[in-house]
Design a protein around this ligand. Structure first.
Ligand code: PMT
Length: 410
């Protein structure tokens, strides 16, 4: 996918379920929002809705065959045109085929060929939705970075009622526009996010590190991207985000590498978020070859690593918003307030990592966002919600024209 001017292109996959009739409304709303929609109907979808309906709404011929004589490789062309692929409704059968990576029809092949973000909107009967194989397929897709608008509870086919009804078209379109960054409150801003625990080598096979999985930092990068920002993710672990035209990923290992990359990013960033767990100490010397037991027990001499966050804050550009995270086990709030003031950052997001479900490696987190003026508590929730709540506060600071001098001592 490439950066292009003009309207964004959504390749809109429709699969074969009764909710396909609602896909017509999704298509119309996307077009109304100024999106260029390219409809792709599966054979199943064509049993429920007519191609003509979609081609008339989208002003674009519907595509449905891998073996279209007009174009010998329709899936690669579609894959490259897409700024986003939306599949609504996504049937249980489609989710299974997508999770397995089959490419037997145009939609499946396009999904394998594309580098664009993908949004799937499942719809099916409650029993099917709750089946472990459907949930596992969805978990696989989510792990690969696919975004999901889950189904809602309500009336289903054949008079049944339960969870499984396709989400409302407005919700699907809002999610799609968010992924396109078309209406994001961070559109036009550059955000640099660090994630994961740094690794400080001892010898060629060992390092000092910590339990950070990178999940909180990746959630922040993902949320910033969805809100329209240009994002650089500086990470010690492989990125869990799908590739995106507004995303750059830089892999680093050590605190020194992270410091060097963040310094370059900070020169252009409007927002810096240090969610990484940077090692505070590193070995003074790295043994050139593997330390072995017959050499006796090694004595590690450690030195302090650079304080990346404090350094970035000391060189901050006018209006730049800087956010740190603090992983604490004792007196979290008091320590976070002191850290925020000492490092001279706008927000210090503190997590008490001794509490269950909080901090390292969990999919959940509970934080308090400490600013110069207030403490905002975010009770245990997903790391995605924590990310959005932090960014809400970042957006407020940006709207105020950047940080204000903080009152003494807080
Ligand atoms: O990655 P996950 O498994 O999802 O876990 C998330 C998390 C617990 C790692 C995250 O929520 C978190 O708390 N990150 C910061 C952890 C940390 O290093 O805290 P700290 O109190 O030691 O550091 C305070 C701040 O200074 C941090 O923003 C840190 O990035 C920064 N720092 C620290 C040391 C150093 N040498 N340079 C720094 O820039």
């Amino acid at each position: 996918m490439s950066e292009r001017s003009g309207p964004k292109t959504v390749v809109f996959g429709v699969t074969g379920g009764i909710a396909a009739y609602k896909a017509v409304e999704v298509c119309r709303r996307l077009v109304d929002a100024g999106v260029h929609v390219v409809p792709v109907l599966t054979a199943g979808a064509e049993r429920f809705v007519a191609k003509t309906t979609f081609s008339a709404l989208a002003s674009e011929p519907v595509q449905s065959s891998l073996f279209d004589e007009a174009s010998p490789i329709p899936h690669t062309l579609l894959a490259r045109r897409a700024d986003l692929v939306v599949v609504a409704p996504a049937t249980a059968d489609f989710l299974a085929r997508y999770a397995a990576g089959t490419a037997g029809d145009l939609l499946g092949a396009t999904l394998l060929a594309t580098r664009a973000p993908v949004l799937v909107c499942p719809a099916m009967h409650t029993e099917m939705w709750e089946h472990p194989s459907v949930q596992e397929n969805l978990a696989t897709l989510r792990r690969r970075g696919v975004e999901v608008v889950p189904p809602e509870a309500g009336a289903l086919a054949a008079g049944d009622v339960g969870v499984g009804r396709l989400a409302e078209p407005a919700a699907i379109v809002e999610a799609a526009l968010g992924l396109l960054g078309a209406h994001g409150d961070l559109a036009g801003h550059r955000v640099a996010v660090s994630a994961g625990g740094t690794r400080e080598p001892i010898d060629p096979v060992r390092h000092l590190s910590n339990r950070s999985s990178g999940k909180q930092g990746h959630a922040l990068a993902r949320a910033a991207l969805r809100r329209g920002a240009e994002v650089t993710l500086v990470t010690t672990v492989a990125s869990s985000l799908p590739s995106h035209p507004r995303l750059s990923v830089v892999r680093v290992d050590t605190a020194a590498e992270m410091e060097a990359v963040m310094a370059v990013e900070a020169e252009k960033a409007d927002v810096i978020v240090m969610a990484a767990a940077v090692a505070d100490f590193r070995p003074v010397a790295i043994a050139p070859s593997k330390l072995t037991k017959d050499q006796g027990i090694p004595e590690l001499v450690l030195e302090k690593t650079p304080d990346i966050l404090a350094g970035l804050a000391a060189r901050r550009r006018p209006g730049q918003v800087i956010v740190g995270f603090a992983a604490e086990t004792d007196e979290p709030l008091a320590r976070a307030r002191r850290k925020r003031a000492a490092k001279a950052v706008d927000l210090m997001v503190v997590n008490d990592v001794s509490a269950p479900g909080v901090g390292f490696d969990y999919d959940t987190n509970a934080v308090t966002i400490v600013s110069a003026f207030e403490d905002r508590e975010v009770p245990l929730t997903s790391k995605a919600v924590v990310a959005d709540t932090v960014l809400d506060q970042v957006v407020e600071l940006l709207a105020d024209g950047g940080p204000e001098p903080s009152p003494e001592g807080h």
